[in-house]
Design a protein around this ligand. Structure first.
Ligand code: MLC
Ligand code: AMP
Length: 495
């Protein structure tokens, strides 16, 4: 049996998951996963790495489907709840998934794919019925999951991790952050990225702890859960802490005290997926007494750097390499840098992914000749701790913790009938880290920005929609060289 499932079987009647107002024990979760696996297997005895896509909100059912796919020997492909059909279709086609598990809320959206792609659509609740069959033995080197990540190509790439990779990503965090079975975490993150899947859900379930799902972030509801006193851990992207601070600041004075007192009771609060602004860290500390633990990671490698659980958590820094993670900084010729010089973060270790799905050239290009994964992030060693300085590509934007490819948005905008050409950049933003902005060369004098937003929304999720537009006569080829971020900020949007 896979170690994750083996461990779960030892936790028996402990509470594993809370979702939709119900709680589920480890026994119930395993039983559900076995039923799902049995349905997926049908008459076969092993899915043998067949990709299975699923669109299910964060819940008991989501967890049991992911585990069921693994137990049947398949590759789990969690889809994004916010994606419009073309983005979902891209992932399904790219992975070649023939089976699609769907929650009723998304059935109408996905049903047409039965005809257009010939996929088999399975309603999620129908998988939780009947007896469980004998399940195959699964080697740890098998492919387990594909997560899509944006990069310096216009289309997202599928990051393939094996069971061994996933186990390594979980184990290192369980140890470093001292997870234990009495922990209780609220999961408010989307479940098609490592932050929500590995750091929150899987670390909890590996440890025998409880993971409560809240499928849509809501600052008041998160404060409500903190106030109720059941959480021992919380993990989020900086934008979420920003929004929790905003909520606290707007609360009546009497509530502020109660919320602050409740916030002090958690044993650990973690921030990651984007740079944690020092003012946000300081404000959070003033409000809750919690010193946020900032860590650094990536879909391809899980977590690599972390401030210590016990010891100094330095503002503006991401700490030291986690145990088992080999990390170096390299210059543009690939040589390790010396002293405090900036260099690209490169990583080796058991948590590093196997490959980009069916993209041999891209996989090869992502590693150095001697096997270091090139993250594309620039950092420096600063008196005992790493500091992230930025990315080496201007085409990668991080907004609300989501990685966004400027090229992908440009491709969509260029298809708009009134757009002759365009360039997309990220602008610094207090709440979101960066917001997406677009320069447009237009065929007309004016294009209503709503028409552009609607256009982009047809193809891409809301977090990729530009928040600012500016018309220009000629497109700067080197966007940052020719047009400063301030030019765009000062100019009105077309209307
Ligand atoms: C939404 N809005 C944005 C936006 N996204 N505005 C600017 N920039 C964005 N990126 C707008 C909406 O249009 C809407 O506007 C308003 O904000 C509220 O939208 P929402 O969808 O309700 O937002 P909300 O639910 O509050 O989402 C914020 C969030 C979400 C921070 C909860 O972005 C999120 O879940 N981010 C986490 C992503 C994540 O897990 N990344 C991890 C990747 S793994 P209006 O006008 O309609 O009100 C990784 C590795 C690692 O990075 O190290 O962890
Ligand atoms: P993703 O590809 O969505 O997994 O995002 C990974 C990227 O998020 C990294 O390559 C970094 O650019 C960024 N990132 C993650 N954690 C941090 C952090 N603590 N500080 C700055 N950037 C971060």
């Amino acid at each position: 049996m896979l170690p994750l499932l083996q461990k779960a079987s030892e936790f028996e009647r402990r509470m594993a998951v809370v979702s939709d107002g119900r709680s589920y024990t480890y026994n119930e979760l395993l039983a559900g996963a076995r039923q799902v696996a049995t349905h997926l297997l049908g008459s076969s005895n092993d899915l043998k790495e067949a990709p299975v896509a699923f669109l299910v909100p964060p819940s008991y059912e989501y967890t049991a489907v992911a585990w069921g796919i693994w137990a049947a020997g398949g590759i789990a492909i969690p889809l994004c709840m916010l994606h419009p059909l073309p983005s979902l279709q891209y992932v399904i086609e790219d992975t070649g998934a023939r089976t699609l598990v769907v929650h009723p809320d998304y059935e109408g959206l996905l049903r047409p794919l039965e005809k257009t792609l010939g996929v088999r659509l399975l309603r999620v609740h129908e998988l939780f019925r009947g007896p469980a069959a004998t399940l195959p033995g699964i080697g740890r080197e098998r492919r387990a999951m594909i997560l899509y990540t944006s990069g310096t190509t216009s289309k997202p790439k599928g990051v393939v991790t094996t069971h061994a990779n996933i186990q390594a990503q979980i184990e290192v965090l369980v140890k470093a952050w001292e997870w234990e079975k009495d922990d209780y975490i609220l999961n408010i993150l989307p479940l098609h990225h490592v932050h929500g899947i590995i750091n929150v859900m899987s670390c909890a379930l590996w440890s025998g702890a409880c993971c409560e799902f809240m499928p849509k972030f809501d600052a008041g509801a998160v404060w409500g859960a903190i106030r109720a006193g059941r959480l021992s851990l919380f993990m989020a992207v900086p934008t979420i802490y920003y929004k929790l601070i905003e909520y606290w600041e707007a609360a009546p004075e009497t509530d502020k005290n109660v919320l602050s007192e409740a916030g002090k009771k958690l044993r650990l609060m973690v921030s990651g997926s984007a740079a944690l602004p020092v003012p946000v860290m300081e404000k959070w500390q003033r409000i809750t007494g919690q010193t946020l633990l900032e860590r650094y990671g990536m879909t391809e490698i899980g977590m690599a750097l972390s401030n210590p659980y016990r010891g100094e958590r330095r503002p503006g820094h991401v700490g030291q390499p986690l145990p088992g993670v080999a990390l170096r900084l390299a210059d543009s010729s690939g040589n390790p840098v010396k002293g405090g010089a900036p260099g690209e973060i490169q990583v080796k270790g058991p948590s590093v992914f196997k490959e980009y799905w069916q993209k041999e050239a891209a996989t090869k290009a992502a590693f150095t000749a001697d096997g270091w994964f090139r993250t594309g992030d620039i950092a420096q060693w600063d008196e005992g701790s790493y500091k992230i300085l930025g990315r080496d590509s201007v085409d990668i934007i991080k907004s609300g913790g989501y990685k966004i490819s400027a090229l992908e948005i440009e491709d969509v905008l260029r298809k708009h009938p009134d757009v002759l050409d365009c360039a997309v950049v990220g602008l610094p933003d207090e709440a979101w880290g960066e917001i997406v902005a677009a320069f447009l060369v237009s065929r007309k004098e004016v294009i209503p920005s709503e028409s552009l937003s609607e256009w982009v929304k047809n193809y891409l999720p809301a977090y990729k929609v530009p928040r600012r537009y500016q018309l220009v006569d000629e497109l700067p080829r080197n966007v940052l060289g020719k047009v400063t971020k301030n030019t765009l900020k000062e100019s009105p949007s077309p209307s």
